[in-house]
Design a protein around this ligand. Structure first.
Ligand SMILES: *Cc1c(COP(=O)(O)O)cnc(C)c1O
Length: 396
């Protein structure tokens, strides 16, 4: 079958929950992807902030192949070496104390919510605790994760979701304060909002949220699923501010394409929340997924991935600013590190489609923002290549 025939087949077999771009991707190499007709694309999406290491990384691929030949799955009733090694490396990278592996980001959020509720339940025995989440946040599509996602459009048709969620504004401590009650058990937020439009928490805001939590005995849950794993120039974005969460979530780049997530917590929360029988998963933390996590964290360190982000990100930022100066339709550049956005005065779909035709993969964040979340191994010359194509796609 040719590409068009495959696309027709997909449209008749797959549930239509995505408006897909009209290409079938077939293989990847470094920061480039190839469709099944052999056309080459520069990739500034990385499977939505997933494939940090670039495609076709031999060491990563070999680690997975070796693990497949040894053992793919055991269940969580037995120990396995990759999970132990991966947990050890995650603890070191995050400074957190306890890890629970999941299969996705949304499941990591579910686990974080359960942990916070159990912690509060053990403290006062009541079951009506509240969580404060933020407007414009995104935490995933399962019922719990959806309940804390600050986008009514995603939630409405699926109500009622889990209850006792209150919403406040990002970077507005008074708005948070006004939602705190004596039932509040946790404040949940992305350190840098991704889907919601590439909005970093300010240092001042994050520090004030942390002290508010300390003052009131509330847990701080930071969602690092998109902004974590080196993307901001720090392993986890909160490390830049020295504000440590009580619970955090990770996924996306954690397995670099192997479906895996995690929620992590401090020893104090770990000792006073979930116990045997409270939470579980068949696949979560299986040897194959954890072999990926272990190798990703190993390669991050040995290949100096974070150093590369720190080197290239300011350049990307400067080139995006230049583009903004040149085109009046670009209102604002936003974001931090290799997690950037350009806000336009119009829908960006047409530009993204044009870019795709010219061999550049971009994605939106909302209708009017172009999002840039490339593999973390990109170089300045790739930034130049991207800017040249994008420039040619924006109407003068
Ligand atoms: C993608 C994302 C999620 C959901 O992760 P899935 O693996 O798609 O379930 C949650 N939070 C943030 C910040 C994300 O970007």
């Amino acid at each position: 079958m040719n590409m068009q025939e495959y696309i027709a087949e997909a449209e008749s077999a797959l549930l239509h929950t995505y408006n897909r771009y009209q290409i079938v991707l077939d293989r990847g190499d470094g920061v480039y992807l190839y469709d099944m007709e052999g056309r080459k694309y520069l990739d500034f999406v990385a499977g939505i902030a997933v494939f940090a290491l670039g495609y076709h990384n031999k060491e990563y691929n070999d680690a997975l192949k070796n693990q497949i030949d040894k053992l793919i799955h055991t269940s969580n009733y037995y120990y396995n070496v990759p999970a132990i090694e991966a947990a050890k490396k995650m603890k070191k990278a995050s400074g957190m104390d306890r890890v629970f592996f999941t299969n996705s980001g949304a499941e990591a959020i579910e686990g974080a919510i359960k942990t916070a509720r159990k912690y509060a339940y053990l403290k006062d025995g009541s079951t009506d605790h509240e969580i404060i989440a933020l407007n414009h946040s995104f935490h995933g599509r399962t019922m719990g994760a959806l309940a804390v996602t600050g986008n009514p459009k995603y939630r409405e048709a699926f109500e009622p979701l889990i209850g006792n969620i209150r919403f406040a504004e990002m970077n507005d401590i008074e708005s948070i304060r006004s939602q705190v009650t004596d039932k509040t058990c946790a404040i949940l937020m992305e350190t840098v909002q991704g889907e919601g439009g590439l909005i970093p928490a300010t240092e001042e805001f994050l520090k004030k949220v942390r002290s508010l939590c300390d003052e009131k005995g509330i847990l701080l849950i930071l969602d690092e699923i998109q902004c974590g794993m080196g993307r901001t120039g720090y392993m986890y974005a909160w490390q830049k501010y020295g504000v440590k969460p009580d619970i955090m979530t990770s996924a996306k780049a954690l397995g670099c394409g192997v479906p895996v997530g995690a929620f992590l917590m401090t020893e104090e929360v770990g000792r006073n929340s979930l116990v045997a029988g409270d939470h579980g998963t068949t696949y979560g933390g299986n040897p194959l997924a954890c072999a990926a996590v272990e190798k990703v964290l190993d390669l991050f360190e040995r290949n100096h991935i974070i150093e590369n982000v720190r080197e290239v990100a300011p350049y990307l930022e400067a080139r995006l600013e230049e583009l903004k100066e040149k085109h009046s339709c670009i209102i604002e550049r936003r974001g931090t590190g290799l997690m950037q956005g350009l806000k336009l005065d119009r829908p960006v779909n047409e530009i993204i489609n044009k870019a795709l035709e010219k061999g550049l993969i971009l994605i939106n964040a909302g209708a009017d923002i172009i999002r840039f979340v490339p593999p973390l191994v990109i170089q300045k010359e790739h930034v130049d290549e991207m800017i040249a194509i994008l420039d040619s796609c924006i109407e003068k």
